[in-house]
Design a binder for this molecule. Structure first.
Ligand code: APR
Ligand code: PHB
Length: 394
């Protein structure tokens, strides 16, 4: 099999890249180890930056997102049993759209397959060869049969546990682990507030979010090695009631739990994001903790840059855009890494009972809630910095 770009991984990054390449007339094949059903039902975060929504529109995959996505013009920060609303629209002129990541994945898969795109699920033993030569190859096994893709470029969109990052010899890795994880549930009950609530409570962090007018998404800070079995539904609800409670009459509505999972918290950046004819996008190159929901937005920003650089290569023989990919991507990667670390450290309770850390976090939250410039800084990052270099809104 021959294609121009061989893409490993059918998460949001790999699928969107394939879609953006197709819109420029560039062929690709996407190889995914899991089956379609698994990929389409993996529950993850669900807040899309303004620019992510625009990108999905440009890619022609936003019809359902535009019809069903919930546009939020504000968010709530709750601590000391009081709620402070940040008016994102007033602070930045932008909002965010709440739409489940797996819905984005479903829309992308449908769009690729409808357009005759080549997405192979169940591709085992994916192995990359010859990235230093002019014709790299990817070998894999599907339905027990060995197969091969010959391509001009290989893109590692294979997530944090993928194989591609390991091929970038001499890379530098930056890492921070956090002493907590998130226990997340999806519940069939209407959201208890029309907007997202980030709550800091003496028992730990809690988050109220949603997926639709009938489905609520909720999270609790738990220990990093927490056992899901120790959290039957009634314990989860009881703890959510305590941590999300306030002195202003908030009531959290409960309902059947549709999904329950634990998300580890990690910050990770690998650089460079390229070597010869191999390029990394999304979680393959960097992970942020989920506080602030930057993961998929950052993957989309990488993919925009790489799609543009590959377009420049094929349409105009430009080598500079591909050569400069890591440098172009890394400024946003580090901004999102800092923002996610900042939100995480400000909203979580120190599990070791470190009074100094807790006091710093509380006073930082108080500053965000009381200073327009701090609120604006948060809101600019949350709704998404512009893609252009310079990042200036004005
Ligand atoms: N061969 C083929 N596919 C692989 C391999 C492999 N060896 N290893 C991993 N994959 C697949 C995974 O099964 C997964 O479907 O690569 C895909 C990577 O997708 P994500 O983990 O979703 O990563 P990415 O597309 O970069 O997503 C970025 O979206 O999924 C979230 O948490 C993620 O928020 C982050 C963002
Ligand atoms: C979610 O809806 O899953 C979500 C919302 C906000 C976050 C993280 C996750 O910061």
């Amino acid at each position: 099999m021959r294609t121009q770009v061989g893409i490993i991984g059918a998460g949001p990054a790999g699928l969107l890249l394939s879609q953006l390449l197709a819109s420029q007339g560039i062929d690709s094949v996407v190889l995914e180890v899991r089956d379609r059903d698994y990929v389409e039902h993996r529950v993850r975060a669900g807040v899309l930056e303004h620019g992510t929504v625009q990108t999905l529109r440009e890619a022609g995959v936003a019809d359902r997102l535009d019809a069903e996505g919930l546009v939020h013009e504000g968010l709530n920060i709750r601590f000391g049993a009081r709620t402070h609303r940040l008016d994102l629209h007033d602070l930045t002129g932008r909002g965010v759209t709440v739409y489940g990541q797996q819905e984005v994945v479903k829309d992308l898969i449908a769009a690729r397959l409808t357009a005759g795109g080549d997405v192979r699920f169940g591709a085992a033993d994916v192995t990359v060869h010859d990235i230093g030569g002019p014709r790299p190859r990817i070998t894999f096994v599907q339905d027990g049969h060995p197969d091969e893709v010959r391509c001009d470029f290989v893109v590692g969109a294979d997530g944090f546990h993928g194989i591609c990052r390991g091929l970038i010899a001499g890379r530098t890795e930056f890492e921070r682990s956090y002493p907590y994880a998130w226990l997340g549930i999806l519940a069939r009950t209407p959201p208890s507030c029309p907007e997202v609530i980030y709550a800091r409570h003496p028992n730990g962090f809690a988050l109220h979010s949603m997926r639709s007018p009938q489905v609520t998404r909720l999270y609790l800070q738990v220990a990093p090695d927490e056992d899901l079995a120790a959290w039957p539904d009634d314990r989860v609800w009881a703890e959510l009631q305590v941590r999300l409670g306030d002195d202003e009459g908030f009531t959290l509505s409960e309902g059947p739990v549709l999904d329950k999972n634990i998300t580890p918290m990690r910050s990770f950046v690998a650089t460079p994001m390229q070597r010869e004819r191999l390029f990394l996008v999304g979680d393959a190159a960097h992970i942020v903790p989920p506080t602030g929901a930057k993961g998929m937005n950052l993957a989309v920003a990488d993919v925009r840059l790489l799609a543009h650089a590959l377009g420049g290569h094929y349409a105009a023989g430009r080598a500079d855009l591909l050569a400069g990919y890591t440098e172009a991507a890394s400024r946003r990667v580090w901004r999102a890494t800092h923002f996610s670390w900042w939100m995480t450290s400000m909203l979580h309770k120190s599990p070791e009972g470190d009074l100094f850390d807790d006091r710093l976090a509380e006073t930082q939250l108080d500053w965000v809630a009381s200073s327009r410039s701090m609120a604006t800084a948060l809101a600019e990052n949350y709704t998404g910095l512009p893609y252009e270099q310079g990042w200036s809104y004005r």
